[in-house]
Ligand binder design. Structure first.
Ligand code: ADP
Ligand code: MG
Length: 724
């Protein structure tokens, strides 16, 4: 068998694949029909629940009031009948452990009735609280195994839904996952707490503008980027299978330089897969809206319409799960890793973020009246202040081994957190801060008297290089990684905005705001104070440029380049106190997060380096020496018949093999000397292991460029990215 048999077989499978069979017809009307059909939504509850039960539940959802057992029982009973009507046989408490994945524990509705039959049972208590074992989920020392109990508690703010499978359906109940002492072991609990904190501080500010009252919630819309590769290639690459990215692979002759994939026609099989994934999302009430090709070949994007942060977080996880599941039905694997292929763009998850309420509207929307604008300016200034003061925290919540490959790699924003406001808004804020007249008018602008000059909403030439960009009526946090839960970033945004709004509220409360004019003056003073302090964080230029790195250093903006640099921020007094003050995370909970994330970083580098060693030794080295021996044999044969041929290629290959062998040795030895302490170990990964991995890859990729194609065992970049 030749060395490239696996590759040839994979290609032949793909080339000879059956055309995609049409699934269910997909039309506008059917979309409307199926949207939310598998969700136990407020509308369904209103229809099915007794009036008083519905009212009591709604109060719980909207005001965070405690759920009483009678209500819980009544809801559970109705939820059960609804689920059984949808063919459910099981129910599952779904939760979001700190791994960033989705976890669920399934139980059957049916219990023996003691008379040889079964009974469908589901009580309020079972709905509200579950006890998965889950002792193996990372908890950063909060739970010792002897007290391994962790509870799942129904999150009434996120609706239950039905998950379909060809062989049955399951009622899924979104839950929070907490320890028996009430500490959050999951990603969801702090999201809910931070939303409460944000609301409290926002109300204090809104009362000055007569818009307080309705709950102020943050809103989120995450644009998910991902790659699709054929499963034949995926399973032929141990690195893709085990690490979700290629640890080796020479750049293809043709990469993404022609931009011919970006927004191009979507390949048929991929489009079919997207249709089905979207349909599945619709059934779950997830409002997915846009889809298109991304920059890199084989890369795509899906984005839903924004929702309240807590719901958006759950839906974001469901989108990831759904994409992965559906892709496999079409013979493809959905790669969510931030950098599956070196040398082509990686994947991010742009997190669009805003906040608003029924009474106040979208608080990052400039609005049409002087009063709306005054309110807008306060919230905008609060955001500038938040990013300025909490840049290291924002960097930490997007830190992971995989996202490190992407940030700052000239395709994603750098690790320096700055805010893009656009020229128009910058001019307005600067004019207020300095008292200078605006270009568009002769006189100075006054808050509370003037309507803002037109701020272009969502204008076309948006700055794509900024990690935090104002995009007309929201901010877009672009540093989030494609594989990450948006929970962490949202917790940070909610908390730092709460902190900034608290600052603003205190200033306004201390000022004379007895008349609209005086309020306007107070807002001007506030905007001026914030801008004067924080303007260094505002940057409208090219975030990818070297000049910006130099300029940012001059401005004193932190640049935490890697996860090892960023994670210790979670251990700082400022961050611990921030989360404690707003009751988002206790000191112990914050500390546990550091421990879990550091461990994850170390573990993923460990898995990758193990894999590299194994692949280098058992796949690449054998291919190289086969080729070397072929060259040597041919030279010897030529010599025998009296022909002298040059030995350059053989010498070069021999040299590469020797270099690879020493690179293997260096990495293997480095791994043996890893320190125990988490922080030291993270630094060791950054300073020693990762550079050793890079050296090994570099020489292995050179070998790939030399070895005869029919001896090369791993699917190549060319094949994985272009053969569909
Ligand atoms: P682009 O690729 O140009 O950034 P997309 O349409 O792909 O735009 O994504 C924009 C995202 O921003 C969508 O998810 C959209 O729902 C979201 N968005 C719009 N308004 C808000 C808002 N007020 N709060 C949060 N997200 C928002
Ligand atoms: Mg987009």
């Amino acid at each position: 068998m030749s060395g490239n048999a696996v590759r040839l077989e994979a290609i032949s499978e793909i080339v000879n694949q059956e055309p995609v069979e049409s699934n269910v017809p997909f039309t506008e009307s059917s979309t409307a029909e199926i949207f939310g059909e598998n969700v136990f939504s407020l509308t369904v509850m209103q229809k099915r629940l007794p009036k008083d039960v519905y009212k009591s539940l709604k109060t719980t959802i909207e005001k965070g009031a405690k759920l009483d057992p009678t209500t819980a029982n009544a809801v559970a009973a109705e939820m059960k009948s609804w689920a059984l009507e949808h063919g459910a046989t099981h129910y599952a408490h779904v939760f979001y452990p700190l791994t960033g994945l989705t976890a669920e524990k399934h139980d059957s509705f049916y219990t023996p009735d003691g008379k040889g039959g079964t009974l469908a049972e589901f009580e309020g208590g079972t709905l509200v609280q579950g006890e998965p074992d889950g002792s193996s989920f990372p908890n950063g020392g909060i739970r010792e195994t002897f007290e391994a109990r962790g509870y799942t508690i129904w999150d009434v703010t996120s609706p239950a839904y039905i998950m379909e499978n060809p062989n049955g359906t399951t009622l899924c109940i979104p839950t929070a996952f907490v320890s028996w002492t009430g500490e959050a072991l999951d990603k969801k609990t702090p999201v809910l707490r931070s939303m409460q904190a944000l609301n409290i501080q926002a109300q204090r500010v809104l009362k000055f503008f007569g818009t307080a009252g309705a709950f102020v919630s943050s809103t989120a819309g995450a644009e998910q980027e991902y790659f699709l590769v054929d499963k034949n290639f995926f399973y032929a690459r141990p690195d893709l299978l085990n690490a979700g990215r290629t640890l080796f692979g020479a750049a293809p002759p043709k990469g993404q330089e022609f931009d011919d994939h970006y927004f191009g026609a979507i390949p048929e099989r991929v489009l079919a897969c997207m249709f089905e994934a979207e349909r599945e999302c619709f059934k779950l009430g997830i409002p997915v809206k846009t889809r298109h090709n991304e920059v890199a070949p084989g890369q795509y994007e899906i984005a839903p319409v924004f929702e309240f942060s807590n719901v958006a977080t759950d839906h974001q996880q469901l989108i990831m799960v759904t994409l992965k599941r559906v892709a496999e039905k079409y013979g493809m694997i959905c790669l969510m890793h931030e950098k599956p292929f070196a040398g082509v763009n990686g994947s991010g998850k742009h997190l669009n973020f805003s906040m608003g309420s029924a009474d106040a509207g979208n608080l990052f929307d400039p609005g049409d009246t002087p009063s709306e604008n005054a309110q807008f300016l306060v919230f905008c200034a609060a955001m500038i202040r938040a990013v300025y003061h909490w840049a290291p925290l924002l960097r930490t919540v997007v830190a992971s081994a995989s996202n490190d490959h992407r940030l700052g790699a000239n395709e994603a924003p750098p690790a320096i957190l700055s805010v893009f406001l656009g020229d128009e808004l910058t001019e307005v804020i600067e004019a207020i801060a300095t008292g200078a007249p605006l270009k568009s008018r002769k006189s100075v602008m006054h808050v509370g008297a003037d309507v803002l000059p037109e701020i272009p909403r969502d204008s076309g030439d948006r700055n794509r290089t900024s990690p935090m960009a104002f995009t007309g009526n929201r901010f877009e946090f672009r540093a989030v990684g494609s594989n990450q839960s948006i929970a962490g970033p949202l917790v940070a945004m909610n908390s730092i905005m709460a902190d900034s709004l608290e600052f603003c509220a205190s200033k306004l409360e201390a000022a004379d705001t007895s008349t609209p004019e005086k309020l306007g003056k107070a807002v001007e003073a506030l905007v001026k104070e914030i801008y004067t302090e924080c303007k260094n964080v505002v940057f409208n230029g090219d975030g990818y440029s070297d000049e910006w790195h130099a300029e940012a250093a001059k401005r004193g903006l932190p640049n935490l380049k890697t996860t090892a640099d960023a994670l210790p921020v979670l251990k700082t007094k400022e961050v611990t106190e921030l989360f404690e003050k707003y009751e988002v995370l206790s000191a112990r909970e914050t500390e546990s997060r550091y421990e879990v994330y550091a461990e994850q970083y170390i573990m993923s580098i460990n898995v990758e380096s193990n894999l590299m060693l194994k692949m280098a030794k058992t796949i690449i080295f054998p291919a190289a020496i086969r080729y070397q021996s072929e060259l040597a044999t041919s030279l010897a044969n030529l010599k025998e018949v009296g022909i002298s041929a040059d030995t350059d290629t053989l010498s070069y290959v021999t040299e590469l093999i020797a270099t690879m062998q020493s690179a293997i040795k260096v990495l293997a030895e480095a791994k043996e000397n890893a320190p125990e302490d988490p922080e030291e170990s993270c630094n060791y990964c950054r300073d020693t292991i990762i550079p050793a991995m890079n050296s090994l890859r570099e020489v292995a990729d050179k070998i790939e460029g030399e070895v005869a194609d029919d001896l090369w065992p791993l699917p190549t970049y060319q094949e994985m990215l272009f053969v569909r």
